[in-house]
Design a protein around this ligand. Sequence first.
Ligand code: HEM
Ligand code: HEM
Length: 186
Amino acid sequence: MSDSKTKLSGVSVALHWIVGLTMIVLVTVGVYMTDYKVYALYPIHKSFGMLIFIVVLMRVIWRLKQGWPEAASEYKTWEQSLSRVVHWVLIIATVVMPISGMLMSGLGGYGLHIFGLELLAATPNPDEAGKMIPINGPLAGTSHEVHEIAGKVMFAAFLLHLAGALKHHFIDKDGTLKRMLGKDIS
Ligand code: HEM
Ligand code: HEM
């Protein structure tokens, strides 16, 4: 069940790809729907964002219990430190994104719904169609900014992460990427 130098557990591999790929899709959809004002995508973005939060929490608990996997190959100390920092940024961002999204929507008066299942009712303004009465406007605004900035930070960290994974695979030609694809590299 636990990770080793030559093989990662199925749980680590599954959690990495479920969370990682969902984050990539949610960042892309988030930027697209915001920039082009595609309001039909908002409830889908929010529903998947809240559902993945459950898997994110499972992943964090798993990592806290297991610790980080040992490096698959010997490489320079500064590279190891950089990859550790990037892993921390990525895993923290996966927690900050859903929480800030929920606070922004919930406190903004838009309510919280997972594919129609109401967790928190919206508080529409009876005097202004389409506008909401915020539960806490300033905190909703701050959460909005956190959501936007953390999204950018996560994306930047992801680009470094992807560059590292590709360098390991194509330049160092070691088993780092293969191990994350579930292979035994012994
Ligand atoms: C195409 C996309 C991705 C590829 C090819 C990829 C590849 C990898 C590889 C090869 C490792 C193992 C590194 C090692 O052994 O030191 C790893 C670990 C990790 N990746 Fe990714 N990754 C991707 C996307 C993401 C995304 C989007 C996130 C988070 C938002 C993420 C978060 C992490 C974390 C936190 C680790 C540390 C080990 C763990 O917790 O499982 N990855 N990734
Ligand atoms: C779980 C991972 C999530 C990721 C990676 C993510 C990512 C993003 C990104 C990158 C944006 C574009 C920000 C901008 O450029 O202004 C965005 C917008 C948005 N997200 Fe998320 N999001 C997530 C979860 C959530 C959740 C759980 C909610 C609410 C329940 C939510 C609600 C929103 C809303 C309402 C916007 C549009 C903001 C606007 O109109 O300015 N997100 N998201």
